[in-house]
Write a protein that binds this ligand. Structure first.
Ligand SMILES: NC(=O)c1ccc[n+]([C@@H]2O[C@H](COP(=O)([O-])OP(=O)(O)OC[C@H]3O[C@@H](n4cnc5c(N)ncnc54)[C@H](O)[C@@H]3O)[C@@H](O)[C@H]2O)c1
Length: 368
């Protein structure tokens, strides 16, 4: 039974995860490298809990909840009683491995060690410890307090018991877990997303469509909350460049987008730098103005068919179920419907035909 939880790293993700875990009634140890960072994190949690309380979304007072969070500098003996650890330190393999190895010296043999990594293989992080069967991925989305989805990922050595315990634990946080049965680059949600982004980039680089047309089709024909390039601007051109490159390096066969690399080098990083594919005065996101007429200029299947193929591949490979993939894109990417809903609506034959046409006009064979 899980009672005490540790969250390692109190940054963007860690402080939000600690808040979610404390709201669910667990005692939390929040660890980071300095008391100043921890105080800052507590301040943000206090503010967020205050807002939730005002809106009537908490069953207890914000003070009762925050009192369940204790802070600790470094990985100390105070963590020896914890039953479940969620690591959320920066995305560096060596650092994560060091932390897991240090944790193993302190916690009980039965404690589950989970990582919030978005792109590193769970298996490589796990190989830093002796009991690798207790290591699992728990991939929260940003911001953890708002986003419902958590991908629960099985590493090559994760035991059934660890996977199931992590899955059930995430449910107790009032989150919606989906199961990722194989440790593939990008897990489920980022594979679908990056399949769409890299393909959209290919359409632009090969002059099949311009980026405004792509975005208009995404918004008006597929009903996505943002255009594809608008989303890239929103999440960071550089972030998308690094994530896609890291996934490709680790075996995700996809179009290597040159525009993202060039824009990253020029410092055109999207909303945060004021300029990406679109411009953002005062570095603030404003909805991009796109004429619906543009959406008539490109077959929407040219955008979504590669993602439908990816989703089918994941089902065939036993990576995730259709239901979980659809839940993942709806909750993780705010898609209005699941990938398999698009497949049903467009029809399998039309999807196949669109992929064939795309292969022919782009000359790209490997992943279409
Ligand atoms: N930011 C996102 O949108 C997002 C979404 C999903 C997953 N993730 C993943 O979550 C993890 C954390 O990302 P983030 O954006 O919160 O990073 P961040 O840089 O905001 O926070 C990381 C925190 O870890 C702390 N830290 C560094 N070394 C430490 C150590 N030895 N012990 C304890 N704490 C240490 C840092 O001081 C920092 O406060 C990464 O693996 C990232 O890939 C991030």
């Amino acid at each position: 039974m899980i009672k005490n939880v540790a969250v390692i790293g109190a940054g963007t993700m860690g402080h939000g995860i600690a808040e979610v875990v404390a709201i669910a009634g667990y005692s939390v140890y929040l660890s980071d490298v300095s008391q100043e960072i921890l105080n800052n994190a507590l301040e943000k949690i206090r503010w967020s809990l205050g807002k939730l309380y005002e809106k009537g979304q908490l069953k207890e007072s914000d003070k009762t909840i925050i009192d369940r969070i204790r802070t600790t500098v470094g990985i100390t003996n105070e963590l020896k009683e914890v039953d479940f650890v969620i690591e959320a330190v920066p995305e560096k393999l060596d650092l994560k491995r060091q932390i897991f190895s240090r944790l193993e010296e302190i916690v009980a043999d039965t404690t589950i060690l989970s990582t919030n990594t978005s792109s590193l293989p769970i298996t490589e992080i796990a190989s830093a410890v002796r009991r690798q069967e207790r290591v699992v991925g728990t991939h929260f989305f940003n911001p953890p307090v708002i986003m419902q989805l958590v991908e629960v990922i099985r590493g090559n050595r994760t035991s059934d018991n660890t996977l199931n315990t992590a899955y059930e634990f995430i449910k107790t946080l009032n989150k919606k877990p989906i199961l990722v049965h194989k440790d593939v680059p990008g897990f489920v949600v980022n594979r679908v997303l990056l399949r769409i982004i890299t393909n959209a980039c290919m359409l632009v680089e090969k002059n099949i469509a311009d980026y405004r047309t792509v975005d208009a089709v995404a918004r008006y024909k597929l009903g996505l909350p943002m255009g594809i390039f608008e989303l890239v601007d929103y999440t960071g051109v550089d972030v998308n460049y690094y994530v896609s490159s890291a996934m490709i390096e680790r075996g995700f066969k996809a179009y290597q987008c040159k525009i993202l690399e060039e824009m990253t080098k020029r410092g055109e990083l999207g909303v945060k730098s004021g300029k990406g594919f679109y411009t953002y005065p005062s570095n603030r996101y404003v909805k991009v103005n796109l004429s619906p007429d543009l959406a008539e200029k490109l077959n929407p299947l040219y955008l979504i068919a590669p993602a439908i193929k990816e989703a089918n591949w994941m089902v065939e490979e036993g990576i995730a179920s259709k239901e979980d993939i659809d839940l993942g894109v709806k909750l993780g990417l705010n898609f209005p419907k699941g990938i398999f809903d698009y497949e049903r609506e467009f029809g399998k034959e039309n999807v196949t035909r669109a992929l064939e046409e795309l292969k022919r006009i782009s000359g790209e064979e490997e992943y279409l």
